[in-house]
Design a protein around this ligand. Structure first.
Ligand code: NAP
Length: 487
C-alpha cells in the first residue's frame, strides 16, 4: 500500500524556536559617507535614508552624491589609473585582490547581518551565499591579474581606464564584487554607484579597500539616486559602463552610449523557465523549483519564475509543490530559520501586488501559502498560479517576487517553444533523467544559463549573462575579463 499523496491540508509545518542572529554584529552607524579619492567624505547631493524593509525602521542616513561629486570621483579614478593602478604589474595588483577577499571573509558576519538588515533577505542567504560568493569573486580574479596575457584575449591586453559601475539592490555586495573584482584585476579603476535602497555594504566595502591599503582613487563609491547613475553613464571621463538592473534602464543606457565608443556590459531582467519532463525526479525538481523562485523572495533576475510541466505529471507535481511551499517559513530575515524574508521596498511590493492582481483578472488560478505575514514590513506570501496562459502578464512580465506561474506542455518541442516564448533569455532549468534530452533541450533554449537537474548555481569561474532583452556581454570567468580589456 502506498501512502496517500500529501497535500497542503495534511502538512503540519515543523515548529522552530526563534534563532535570531544578533543585529549588533552589523556595527550599524547612524551616518555613512561616500568614498572618494581614498577618503570618506560627505557629498553635496541629497542624503538617502536607508530603511529595514522587514520592520520599516530607519537604519541610517547616507550622504548622497551630486553631479560635481561624480566629477571628482571620475577625476580621482583617472588619476589613480594613470599614476598607480594602471602601471602596476599584475602580480602586485593580485596581492590587493587577495587581501580584499580575505578581509571580506574576516568581516563576513558583519557584512551578512548588514546586508540582511538593509535588503531584507534571510540571513542564511546573505551568510551562506552572498558574502562567500563575493569573496570568491575576488579570489578568482586575483588569480587572473598576472595571467591576462594567457587568457585568450590576445597578447598584452590593456585595461580600458575608468569603469563606471551601477548595481541593483537584490544582491548588493555580490553584484559589487562581480563588477569590481574583474575591473581591478584587469588594471582599471572604478566609480561605483550602489542602489538607492541598499548602499550600506558597498560603503563598508570601501572600508575594506582602505584596510587593504588599496591606493587612493582606485575604488570610488558614490551613493545616490537614479540621476547619479545617469551622470556616471553620460560622463565623458568614463571609459566603460557595467550595469546590472532593469531592461528598461539598460535600454536607456545603451542609447546614451551608442556612438561613443565606450564599452557596455548590461545584465538585465529575466523570465526564466523550469521545464519538468515526465521522467524527472519529482522531489528533486520541487527542491530546485523552490530554490529557483521562492528563495530570496524571488528577487533574482534568473529566477525560474515560469514552470513548464509535462501535462501527465502536472497534477501530482502541483500538489507536492503546494505542500512543500506551505512549509517555507516567512518572517524575520535575521532569524536563521527563515526561508522567505522581506521584499526590498514598498514600491517593489506594489509592483508584485499589481502583477498578481492581473493574474487573477486574466483568469489564472491562485494558490497562496497559508503562512502568516508579519504586521509590519514589506512581505508577500509565496504564491503559485496555475492554469496560466502564455499571453497573461504573469507569464510574460518579470514579477521579481515569490510568485510562480505554472504552464503545461505535451511534447519536448512544445516545452522548448514555450520556454523561448519570451523577450528575455537569462536562465532556464531542465528536469529529466535522460542525458540526451538535457543536451537536446539545452541546445535549443535561448538563455545564457541553462541548468540541468538543479537551479540557481553560481560560480565566479563561469560566465554569466543573457540573450535578447536580458543583456549584453558576459560577466565572470575568462569570458568576463574581455569586458574590461582593450583586446
Ligand atoms: P533599476 O531600476 O534598473 O536600477 C538598477 C540600478 O540602476 C540602481 O542603482 C538604480 O539607481 C540605477 N538607475 C536607475 N535609473 C538609472 C538611469 N537612468 N541611469 C543609470 N542608472 C540608473 O533596477 P531595479 O529594478 O532596481 O533592479 C531589479 C532589476 O535588475 C530586475 O529587472 C532584475 O532582473 C535585474 N537584475 C539583473 C541581474 C543580472 O545579472 N542579469 C542581476 C540582478 C538584477 P536607484 O537605486 O537610485 O534607482
Amino acid at each position: 500500500m502506498t501512502d496517500p499523496a500529501p497535500d497542503s491540508a495534511h502538512i503540519v509545518p515543523w515548529q522552530y524556536s526563534p534563532a535570531p542572529v544578533p543585529r549588533e554584529l552589523a556595527n550599524l552607524r547612524s551616518h555613512y559617507r561616500m568614498f572618494l579619492g581614498g577618503e570618506f567624505v560627505d557629498g553635496d547631493g541629497e542624503s538617502l535614508t536607508s530603511i529595514n524593509p522587514a520592520t520599516e525602521e530607519v537604519l541610517a542616513e547616507v550622504s548622497g552624491a551630486s553631479a560635481s561629486d561624480v566629477d571628482r570621483a571620475v577625476a580621482a579614478a583617472r588619476a589613480a589609473f594613470e599614476r598607480s593602478w594602471g602601471p602596476m604589474p599584475g602580480s602586485e595588483r593580485a596581492k590587493y585582490l587577495f587581501r580584499i577577499a580575505r578581509l571580506i571573509q574576516e568581516r563576513g558576519r558583519e557584512l551578512a547581518v548588514l546586508e540582511t538588515l538593509d535588503n531584507g533577505k534571510p540571513i542564511k542567504e546573505s551568510r551562506d551565499v552572498d558574502i562567500p560568493t563575493a569573496a570568491a569573486h575576488f579570489f578568482h580574479h586575483a588569480g587572473w591579474a598576472d595571467k591576462l596575457d594567457h587568457a585568450g584575449h590576445g597578447a598584452n591586453p590593456r585595461p580600458l581606464g575608468v569603469a563606471g559601475q551601477i548595481i541593483p539592490w537584490n544582491f548588493p555586495l555580490l553584484m559589487l564584487a562581480r563588477k569590481i573584482a574583474p575591473a581591478l584585476a584587469c588594471g582599471n579603476t572604478v566609480v561605483l554607484k550602489p542602489a538607492e535602497t541598499t548602499p550600506l555594504t558597498a560603503l563598508v566595502f570601501a572600508e575594506i579597500c582602505e584596510q587593504a591599503g588599496l591606493p587612493a582613487g582606485v575604488v570610488n563609491i558614490v551613493a545616490g539616486a537614479d540621476d547619479i547613475g545617469a551622470e556616471i553613464v553620460a560622463h565623458g571621463g568614463v571609459d566603460k559602463i557595467a550595469f546590472t538592473g532593469s531592461t528598461e534602464v539598460g535600454k536607456r543606457i545603451r542609447r546614451t552610449l551608442a556612438g561613443t565608443g565606450r564599452k557596455p556590459t548590461l545584465e538585465l531582467g529575466g523570465k526564466g523557465a523550469s521545464i519538468v519532463f515526465d521522467d524527472a525526479p519529482i522531489d528533486q525538481a520541487i527542491e530546485g523549483i523552490v530554490g529557483g523562485v521562492f528563495v530570496n523572495q524571488g528577487q533574482v533576475s534568473c529566477a525560474g519564475s515560469r514552470l513548464l510541466v509535462q501535462e501527465s505529471i502536472a497534477e501530482e507535481l502541483l500538489d507536492k509543490l503546494h505542500s512543500r511551499v506551505a512549509t517555507l517559513r516567512l518572517g524575520d530575515p535575521l532569524d536563521a530559520n527563515t526561508d522567505v524574508g522581506a521584499i526590498n521596498s514598498a514600491t517593489r511590493l506594489d509592483r508584485i501586488t499589481e502583477l498578481t492582481d492581473a493574474g487573477d483578472s486574466e483568469g489564472a488560478r491562485r494558490w497562496t501559502s497559508p503562512c502568516p505575514l508579519p504586521d509590519r514590513g514589506f512581505f508577500f506570501a509565496p504564491t503559485v498560479f496555475s492554469d496560466v496562459q502564455q499571453s497573461m502578464r504573469i507569464a510574460r512580465e518579470e514579477i521579481f517576487g515569490p510568485v510562480l506561474s505554472v504552464l503545461t506542455f505535451r511534447t519536448p518541442d512544445e516545452a522548448v517553444a514555450k520556454a523561448n516564448n519570451t523577450s528575455y533569455g537569462l536562465s532556464a532549468g531542465i528536469w529529466t533523467e535522460k542525458g540526451s534530452r538535457i543536451l537536446w533541450a539545452a541546445q535549443r533554449i535561448r538563455a545564457g544559463a541553462v541548468w540541468a537537474n538543479t537551479f540557481n548555481r553560481f560560480d565566479p569561474t563561469a560566465p554569466f549573462g543573457g540573450y535578447r532583452e536580458s543583456g549584453f556581454g558576459r560577466e565572470g570567468g575568462r569570458a568576463g575579463l574581455e569586458a574590461y580589456l582593450d583586446v
